[in-house]
Design a protein around this ligand. Structure first.
Ligand code: MD3
Ligand code: FE
Length: 223
């Protein structure tokens, strides 16, 4: 007879038990399955407040194409893209106002996750918030607009599950496919910090908290 502490949870949307051991993905990259699950309703409340001030928008790449991911930001700086390039900007270009402050619950979650993964003292000053609907994808890219690449990036997945593509240091390296579900947190640091990565087109689904959406928070030390 075996006992499963998580027998009572409906994992059908998620597939993984919260609080399980950190799962190494690659050098410097660690998955914390379900780490954000209990805070998710509060995070979603805060995201609603942020989007009321700094609305979701589809940014334009320097190549002139609209991104399929809808984005907003909070914190001292926000990631923006337009015809002139990518940058971190202290203000929302839609209204020239500072981005909404990073909620304490966001900062707390990101610093606790980073510490679990060996990055004690991580102090994010920017949080990019990505919203996906079925069909939305994010093509392979590197995150290299941050000043200090020694700081990790912490990502929090909410809502519908996604297939995350995790490649190598060269664009041509064939990416691994990793399922990221509601509440999963990933810390990307060390040699993984400059890995190419992306998100496969989101599959249809219906999440109890988010309906037909996935939201991803990425915490960065940008400045
Ligand atoms: C690996 N977001 O916003 S999060 C991004 O799910 C971004 O919305 C994806 O890539 C999303 O830039 C993926 C996971 C992630 C974020 C940053 C990374 C993985 C990373 C930076 C370096 C290596
Ligand atoms: Fe990225």
């Amino acid at each position: 007879m075996t006992f499963d502490l998580f027998d009572n949870l409906d994992n059908s949307q998620d597939g993984y038990a919260p609080g399980s051991a950190p799962e190494p993905l690659a050098e410097g990259a660690v998955v914390l399955r379900g780490f954000a699950r209990t805070q998710a309703p509060q995070l979603l409340d805060e995201i609603g407040d942020i989007a009321a001030k700094a609305p979701w928008r589809h940014m334009i790449t320097p190549g002139g194409l609209g991104m399929s991911v809808a984005m907003t930001n909070c914190g001292q700086a926000g990631w923006v893209s337009d015809r002139t390039g990518y940058r971190y900007d202290p203000c929302d270009p839609l209204d020239g106002e500072p981005w909404p402050a990073m909620p304490a619950a966001f900062f707390d979650l990101a610093t606790r996750a980073a510490a679990e993964a060996g990055f004690a003292g991580f102090a994010p000053d920017a949080c990019l918030i990505n919203q996906y609907e079925p069909g939305t994808r994010l093509s392979l890219h590197q995150d290299r607009d941050e000043r200090d690449l020694r700081a990790p990036i912490v990502s929090v997945s909410l809502g519908l599950p996604a297939v995350f593509l995790f490649g190598g240091l060269r664009r041509a390296d064939r990416p691994a496919r990793i399922r990221l579900a509601h509440g999963d947190v990933v810390v990307w640091g060390g040699p993984s910090r400059l890995a190419f990565h992306g998100v496969a087109p989101l599959a249809d689904g219906d999440h109890p908290l988010l309906g037909q959406k996935r939201i991803n928070l990425t915490f960065r030390k940008a400045l």
